[in-house]
Design a protein around this ligand. Sequence first.
Ligand SMILES: NC(=O)c1ccc[n+]([C@@H]2O[C@H](COP(=O)([O-])OP(=O)(O)OC[C@H]3O[C@@H](n4cnc5c(N)ncnc54)[C@H](O)[C@@H]3O)[C@@H](O)[C@H]2O)c1
Length: 365
Amino acid sequence: MKTALLTGAAGKVGTYVIGALARRGVEVVATDLFSEGIPEGIRFEPCDLTDANAVRRLVSLVKPDVVVHCAAVVAPIAYAEPELAEAVNLGGTRHLIDAIKTHAPDAFFVFVSSYAAFGPCAPGDPIRRSTDPCWPDDNYGLQKLTAESWLRYSGLRQCSLRLGAVMCIDELMPAHPSYRPFVFMVPLDQPEHGVHVRDAARAIASAAVQQPDGHLFLIGGDDSWKVTARQLRGEVFSAIGLSMPPEKAFRPATDPSVKDGWFYECWMDEKQSEQALGFQRISREAYMDELRKRYRRRRLALLPIRPLVSRTLTTASPYTGKRAIEPGATLWNDVFRVYDLPTEVARTRSSQPPPPSPFATPPSP
Ligand SMILES: NC(=O)c1ccc[n+]([C@@H]2O[C@H](COP(=O)([O-])OP(=O)(O)OC[C@H]3O[C@@H](n4cnc5c(N)ncnc54)[C@H](O)[C@@H]3O)[C@@H](O)[C@H]2O)c1
């Protein structure tokens, strides 16, 4: 039986990857900062990936056959806490690659990346393919792209999966306070490519078992999942019993030819990834049905106070109320003001410019 070391195992995606790996006969060693949400019977080894010595100890102890690297500081937390994002998304990934090269050099490395790596996408832009050039304009996307390229030139056997918007059943609004205003900062015309969390986990586990060396996979749901933010949010709000906040609460659409007025979410050509990994089982309609069933009781309970809840939600919008901001020319203008980021972060959109690959010089084209 193969042993997989799974980072970020207590996270939104990681908890589902545990089951998907176990169902494929892989022994899972779960690691994260905390063990909440890890099922009993799964070996758990706590580790802070920003601590290089702790990562070395963990890898030499486990000696995995495969590493599935899910841990990250995701957007928008990465915007509100840029130093932490850099320490985990770059530093943590580098520590893991270093430790694997030293203590488990034959292990296959599966890196869970994001469609943030492509950079901003406006309505009407062509569907994204894995061979497309990337221009990430936020720290999170830049960190994901940098980590992909470090891994590619690390000498390890590896693949990366760029996930679209992962849709869960529980914890639709994570507790971190950065999420509340951010809901409103993505324009409603933004193209979004959703994928059910169970399908995303299936893709990741499939890659861990098949070990397709050197591949980059785009992981989104089937065509039913290629929608706008307006449609996806509207359906989710309705399924859980809330009214969609008014249009004026959201960042207005800007000229589509000015790319950095838009977020990185896009539609991806996921067909080849589906052929290789066979992960798409759940359509958008089936997901909404599942949500409606799960939230049935809460929907009924919310009915009398729907307008009040909607008004309270809308107060989190940075574009309404007493402290409303004027939408800036770029989405980043708004991010810096809303999260009160220092100017050097505003300049580089990261706490530092991306470090060059510590592993090897990329071959010349
Ligand atoms: N959720 C999405 O919509 C989405 C979309 C695209 C890509 N992704 C990628 O999928 C992966 C999983 O995302 P998620 O939604 O489960 O995120 P999550 O925030 O729910 O989980 C991330 C996990 O990483 C752990 N972690 C953070 N810092 C750590 C550290 N210093 N040491 C060890 N562990 C640490 C956290 O404790 C958490 O459990 C990430 O790599 C993310 O970039 C997610």
